[in-house]
Design a protein around this ligand. Structure first.
Ligand code: SAH
Ligand code: SF4
Ligand code: F3S
Length: 513
């Protein structure tokens, strides 16, 4: 599909004093070493994977050493201020090096690129191009353009971004955010057995605190045809587990050949693909957790019994300020349906502490909700005011960082107690674990001693619990039976029951948890 918005060179708009001078001896050749720094959510991890795969096809080689790279990309996040600071300070460290070496091309992609646009050139004049979340197919072209500018001893100031949510008709805005999902390069996945698959882009929920609807644009679902062909390619490349991605993944809807497909329909279609053993999806929106979806998970052995459905807050007043569109009672009703249809299903949540309007009493209600719903785990964030959001426009960010920190710690403490108690229930039980590879500590030890056959393995159970156990690295990518003998709040520790394993979870393995 053609890109609706053109790239613009902003040199004319930014004064040369902002930019610094390039040395006269500009050279056109470069070393094809590529460095990329990624922050943010799984969407960003997937975007980075796809961009790197494309660049590798064009001769680039990934390096972990930013100093030797002559092409440097930052894939950015804007969800909290802290994530933006991190990127600006990394960019700051590059300022001197970029002036010294005119071969260096620096690009900023992702949510902060979409949000800050040309402000990035002002704050970080060493940046050559800024590319939004819906223009990622243009990255290689933007790198080339930057090199052409450099070869003429010019600064490059290329900007390729989608339209703002108020900058045009709905269809124009939607078209300016393109899903970027080329077929994959098997080398580029974080693990050979697991892959993310985007099924939606954008978000239309407009929670009052959140930048995502403007950084990722309007909600759009990809066609089942495209998704299935992507999953088939991944299965042929040896992928065992796919995680379907969307900001509100269970709001998925796409009409193809006159038929409406929902997430439950997609699960059935993907379930039929040979080679795929597990199907997960994140992140779910409480109001769209319909019974057809829960029943599909119940009836499809490859669908994991795990849901990430953020509650965000345990107090109705704050939920109203947040414009989440549901009450704690609605959430409770959803949890009852989950427990009835999917007994043993684990549920995880996100929470924000210190949102405007949160009193000590409402904070207690959030703590109470963790106790009531017994989440497998919760990601707890301190409210960060995001310019341009409804919350920033309407309410002052009145709660001090000290109080936010204290509330955050209290939430974590309660959640950890619950997680540890619930994990302890697994002691003495056997779980089917999809083996991912060496555990973090085994990996570190192996790196230090250049020993490749690490002994401690890590994987996940069907209910998404992290399990570590000793075994051969040859088990990676298979499903192993592990008996649990110890637990921490985040991890189950076990030992392998049988060294026999199989690739088809759906065939004869009993589903344990
Ligand atoms: N689409 C997902 C999550 C998107 S962002 C969903 O709706 O669940 C991931 C998490 O960041 C959110 O769930 C929320 O808890 C947190 N978050 C978003 N905006 C935030 C802000 N302004 N300050 C603090 N946390 C925020
Ligand atoms: Fe942000 Fe709400 Fe959309 Fe999630 S559902 S991405 S929190 S606006
Ligand atoms: Fe951050 Fe964008 Fe994801 S703002 S959380 S990278 S959608």
């Amino acid at each position: 599909m053609p890109h609706v918005n053109k790239t613009t060179n902003l040199d004319a708009e930014i004064s040369s004093t902002d930019l610094g001078e390039l040395p006269a001896d500009v050279v056109t050749d470069h070393n094809h070493k590529l460095y990329i720094e990624t922050v943010g959510c799984q969407m960003n991890m997937l975007d980075s994977e796809l961009v790197v795969a494309d660049l590798r096809k064009r001769g680039y080689e990934l390096t972990q050493n930013i100093k030797e790279a002559e092409t440097i990309l930052f894939n950015t996040c804007s969800v909290r201020e802290h994530a933006e600071h991190k990127i600006y300070s990394s960019l700051g460290r590059l300022r001197y090096g970029a002036r010294k070496n005119p071969r260096k091309v620096i690009g900023v992609m992702g949510c902060m690129a979409q949000k800050d646009q040309k402000l990035i050139f002002q704050k970080a004049p060493q940046v050559d191009f800024v590319v939004g979340t819906g223009q990622l197919a243009q990255v290689s072209e933007l790198i080339e353009k930057a090199r052409i500018h450099h070869s003429k001893n010019e600064r490059s100031r290329e900007l390729a971004v989608g339209l703002g949510r108020k900058d045009g008709k709905h269809a124009e805005i939607t078209n300016s955010f393109q899903s970027y999902d080329p077929l994959r390069d098997p080398e580029m996945r974080p693990s050979p057995y697991q892959a993310f698959v985007r099924i939606m882009i954008g978000c239309d929920k407009f929670c009052s605190y959140c930048v995502v609807p403007s950084t990722r644009g309007p909600e759009q679902s990809r066609s089942p045809r495209e998704i299935l062909s992507e999953v088939k390619v991944l299965a042929n490349q040896g992928v065992k587990e796919v995680t379907l991605l969307g900001q509100t993944v269970n709001s998925y809807k796409h009409t193809q050949d006159g038929k409406l497909f929902r997430l439950s329909d997609l699960l059935y279609l993907i379930h039929d693909i040979e080679g795929i053993d597990r199907i997960k999806f994140v992140t779910s929106y409480p109001k769209d957790m319909t019974n057809d979806l829960l029943e599909a998970i119940r009836d499809l052995p490859k669908a994991t019994r795990y849901l990430h459905v953020p509650l965000q807050h345990g107090c109705n007043d704050v939920l109203k300020y947040m414009k989440r569109g549901y009450t704690v009672e609605d959430y409770r009703e959803m949890m009852q349906r989950i427990n009835e249809i999917l007994p043993g299903c684990s549920v995880s949540s996100d929470f924000i502490v210190g949102h405007p309007g949160e009193t000590e009493e409402s904070h207690q209600k959030s703590l109470e909700s963790i106790r009531e719903f017994r989440f497998k785990n919760s990601f707890i964030f301190k409210y960060s005011e995001r310019p341009g959001t409804k919350a920033a426009e309407r309410f002052p960010d009145e709660i001090s960082d000290k109080i936010k920190k204290r509330r955050n710690n209290e939430m974590l403490k309660v959640q950890n107690e619950i997680s540890e108690e619930d994990n302890a229930e697994f002691i003495g039980k056997q779980l089917a674990v999809l083996v991912e590879g060496p555990s973090k500590s085994a990996q570190k030890a192996a790196d230090a001693s250049s020993d490749t056959l690490a002994e401690q393995l890590v994987g996940r159970s069907n209910c998404d619990r992290i399990v570590v156990f000793d075994g051969s690295l040859r088990l990676a990518g298979s499903i192993a039976h592990v008996e649990i003998f110890d637990v921490t709040p985040t991890t189950l520790i076990g030992s392998i029951v049988t060294k026999e394993y199989q690739h088809q979870l759906g065939s004869s393995l009993p589903i344990l948890q």
